[in-house]
Design a protein around this ligand. Sequence first.
Ligand SMILES: [Zn+2]
Length: 115
Amino acid sequence: MSFLDKLRQLFGGGGQQPSRTTAPDTTGLWFHFRCNKCGSLVRIRVDKRNDLNREEDGPGAFLLRKDVMDDTCFQLMQAEIWLDGDYNIVASDVTGGSLISEQEYRAAQEKQQPQ
Ligand SMILES: [Zn+2]
């Protein structure tokens, strides 16, 4: 990034080039977990197009199966999350950890890193 680009960013002016990093992430869903063993928080991105399985029988329209690992104790958490047609969580079962909301995730992170 050039100095001029940085200046543009600083002053919030509309840059000349469209920035891909600010494009809305329309296919991503974020899930947040807490490890039962060490309490570490993990945030993962799921791709709506690739990671969700459409299911006929179940509490929701989509089933997500995901293995999640924190970077502290490396215990594997196995998540099964049901989503409805609007990608809202309707049911979840996490072995070795628990599903938390983004608010909980952010609040816990702020507590861990007081600045
Ligand atoms: Zn852990």
